[in-house]
Design a protein around this ligand. Sequence first.
Ligand SMILES: [Zn+2]
Length: 80
Amino acid sequence: MKYLVLIAVLVLAYMLWRNARLAERAARDAAAPPRQPPVAGPQDMVSCAVCGLHLPQSEAVTDAKGLAYCSQEHRLLAGG
Ligand SMILES: [Zn+2]
């Protein structure tokens, strides 16, 4: 009878340990969502005020008036 209690305690301890492990893994999975590659979203395209070349806004050179240019040279050419 003593052994029965001991086994019961051991089984209980094992179940608690297993539960804790599962909970820990679930928490870790929830904390780290599946990694997704950074997707380049649709970029705003602008056209150069001098030559009309279309380029992403992030690569454009803008002047004080907010006009976009394809390069520093064209910005200077436009007098901006
Ligand atoms: Zn240009």
